[in-house]
Design a protein around this ligand. Structure first.
Ligand SMILES: Nc1ncnc2c1ncn2[C@@H]1O[C@H](COP(=O)(O)OP(=O)(O)O)[C@@H](O)[C@H]1O
Ligand SMILES: [Mg+2]
Length: 339
């Protein structure tokens, strides 16, 4: 992996008064249900190891109660680990003293929550510049920054409205603008879009991807929605009962689910829409190459009509329309049949 921004190693979280005393049993294999039955403690995280690449979107998925929020809250140490290490830029967050931690949270991380967390009696500008004024940034400068981000998230004209005068989707944009105004390298988004209506939610996903093209933040994004995960994630990590059961690229998750739990997550996905030609193409180039061409970034769906028309092989092209490989009807049929 090129540049690891966040490195989590051997992380355990047990909720309960004797957490530390019970880690050895968990290490010996006691699972979440057993820990609860035997000791009345809750296993939040069970030996999590994950590297999160700089400037990527790392999605964390899993059923309710699987440990997603617990994990993301360790990154800015809103939760103290029972055991383990959380490195951000090679610095162990679990070792920061009180002031260092405060400084770290204020400057390095931004959080966006599902329920927006806006202040009802402050207008939108004041909500957005909150972090800056806490940091003591000069009023006119923080005002200017707030205006910039309000514009960026498409809320021009709403600067002096109050949160309850805005729809849910717009309030979430305020939450996002507030996090971005602080210019953290890391954005932590816990089910940030989950409360939104489907269309607005899809807009927000598009907007986040659009912003990310320039911002290049390291984003940890929690969702329990697979479509959202596939759309946003450079990688997707899947939690079950506090354990990390798989972490991979979207196509790894779709094509090689690690266990039955992951299989259940992905079984209803329309693979023809999600999988890109480049993930299934072969490097071999067709001789003659007079067969129809498809772009490597298009999805499988776009080439199905050509196969139905009787073609057996298609040439695959890159952005500059150079032929870089091929894809055969047989391979595509195999991928689709397998699931
Ligand atoms: N403060 C707490 N005290 C006791 N148990 C907790 C606490 N916070 C979370 N848990 C438990 O830890 C597990 C993981 O919770 P959470 O991380 O919130 O799951 P998710 O975000 O995936 O829904 C759940 O079983 C939850 O009940
Ligand atoms: Mg949660």
């Amino acid at each position: 992996m090129s540049n690891v921004k966040i490195k989590i190693e051997n992380l355990y979280k047990i909720f309960g008064h004797n957490a530390k005393g019970l880690t050895s049993e968990v290490k010996e294999g006691l699972d979440k249900d057993e820990l609860l039955a035997k000791h009345n403690h809750v296993l939040g995280l069970d030996n999590i190891n994950i590297d999160i690449e700089e400037q990527s979107i790392q999605v964390i998925m899993g059923l309710s109660g699987s440990g997603k929020s617990t994990l993301i809250r360790h990154i800015n140490r809103l939760i103290e680990p029972t055991e383990g290490v959380v490195m951000v830029d090679n610095q162990d967050v679990t070792k920061l003293n009180k002031n260092e931690l405060l400084e770290f949270r204020r400057n390095r991380t931004g959080m966006v929550f599902q329920r927006f967390g806006l202040f009802p009696h402050q207008n939108i500008v004041d909500n957005v510049q909150l972090g800056l004024s806490i940091k003591g940034v000069d009023k006119s400068e923080s005002n200017e920054t707030a205006m910039f981000w309000i514009d960026k998230v498409g809320l021009n004209g709403f600067e002096y409205k109050f949160p309850n005068q805005l729809s849910g989707g717009m309030q979430q944009r305020v939450g996002l603008a507030r996090a971005l105004a602080n210019d953290p390298d890391i954005l932590l988004m816990d089910e940030a879009f989950s409360a939104l209506d489907p269309l607005i939610r899809s807009d927000m996903q598009d907007q986040l991807l659009e912003l990310q093209k320039n911002l290049k933040k390291t984003i940890v994004f929690i969702t329990h929605d697979l479509d959202e995960a596939l759309k946003l994630g450079d990688r997707i990590a899947i939690l079950n009962g506090g354990k990390l059961v798989q972490d991979g690229k979207p196509e790894d998750i779709l094509l090689s689910p690690a266990d039955e739990y992951v299989t259940n997550f992905v079984k209803d996905v329309n693979r023809t829409k999600v999988l890109k030609i480049k993930t299934i193409m072969k490097d071999s180039i067709q001789s003659g190459s007079d067969c129809p061409k498809v772009a490597m970034d298009s999805n499988i769906e776009s080439c199905l009509p050509l196969f139905l028309d009787g073609e057996s092989v298609l040439s695959v092209t890159d952005d500059e329309k150079n032929i870089v490989g091929s894809v055969s009807r047989e391979e595509v049929a195999n991928i689709l049949k397998r699931y």
